[in-house]
Design a protein around this ligand. Structure first.
Ligand code: FAD
Length: 285
């Protein structure tokens, strides 16, 4: 389908981009890689009067690795994450998750900021953001603010972003070298959105017990979510076969997916348990 008509602007500063969004009071949209927005325009799910292209704004495509953690600028593409060898140790969970995003062509254009703002419940990066307690820095007409990932996603394709706000970067806390982690997802075809997925990590004390476990799931609710009951169950114990079996059951019991055209709720619940089980096996191996 042809796109609806729209005006187009390509500002060279964040301030100008924000001013354009603010001046159009909800009738303008930022465009980054266009991989989600252009199909939405084609299907008339969105028909803004103005598209504000972020590609000419400098510095939004930076990946910063420091002792505080990893910062990904909003215009960092999936491909940039794959190509950055520092992230192999600075954030292996992020890299593992991004390997599941779409196909090469989409990964070559799709961006971090676009994925966060689009807020698909099955998308990998929002899941990593919530699991890892990331922060999302945004700029709007009234200034900048930092939103916890846990407060950012409000529902399918809904976020805490105001109409005049632009995501500047996501900040992932530092990743200890000896951390154990696993990422698993199941999709019918390679590159499809996940029917269910699990991202998790934990550290270990001197006795080999799990410390500070974080367990997140995608694709099984309106937003990515952490499974507090599974985390409590793993805290302070060795992640062995018995522990993993308990975690699998607890994970399946603590999600409440709906039936949809892809799978029944019961199937997705069981799949969630299996994804957590497999990710824990990888983490503990
Ligand atoms: C065939 C296909 C398969 C896909 N599979 C997956 C998958 O498996 N997993 C996955 O996670 N994604 C998948 N995607 C989506 C892809 O990852 C997109 O890159 C992503 O969802 C949006 O990024 P984008 O840069 O293209 O954003 P755009 O399409 O340009 O924008 C998306 C939305 O974000 C807003 N936006 C963009 N940047 C900003 C910003 N900096 N601040 C505020 N708002 C902003 C736009 O206004 C729009 O509402 C797939 C896409 C396609 C076409």
């Amino acid at each position: 389908m042809k796109l609806p008509p729209f005006e187009y602007a390509a500002p060279t500063t964040l301030k100008d981009a924000v001013a354009l969004l603010a001046a159009h009071a909800g009738d303008a949209k930022a465009i980054a890689g266009g991989q989600s927005l252009v199909p939405m325009l084609a299907f008339r799910v969105a028909s803004p009067a103005l598209l504000v292209d972020l590609r000419r704004i400098p510095d939004l495509d930076r990946i910063t690795v420091s002792p505080e953690g990893v910062r990904l600028g909003a215009m960092v593409r999936w491909r940039d994450i794959e190509d950055d060898v520092r992230l192999k140790t600075a954030h292996p969970l992020l890299r593992a998750a991004v390997a599941h995003v779409a196909h090469y062509q989409v990964r070559n254009r799709g961006t971090v900021g676009g994925s966060l703002a689009h807020a698909d419940p099955a998308a990998e990066l929002p899941g990593i953001a919530v699991t890892c307690e990331a922060e999302i820095a945004v700029m709007g007409a009234s200034g900048t603010r930092v939103i916890r990932a846990a407060d950012f996603f409000l529902g399918p394709l809904m976020t805490a972003l105001a109409a005049d706000e632009i995501i500047v970067e996501i900040r992932l806390p530092a990743w200890p070298r000896r951390r154990r982690w696993g990422f698993q997802e199941f999709a019918r075809r390679r590159g499809d959105f996940a029917m269910a997925g699990a991202a998790l990590y934990y550290d270990e004390d001197a006795g080999g017990n799990a410390v500070n476990p974080h367990v997140g799931v995608i694709g099984v609710g309106d937003i990515p979510q952490r499974l507090a009951e599974v985390e409590a169950l793993l805290e302070g114990r060795v992640v062995d076969e018995a522990g993993i079996a308990l975690a699998e059951k607890a994970a399946a019991a603590s999600v409440n997916p709906a039936d949809d055209i892809h799978a029944s709720a019961a199937y997705r619940r069981a799949l969630t348990g299996t994804m957590v089980e497999r990710a824990l096996k990888i983490a503990s191996a």
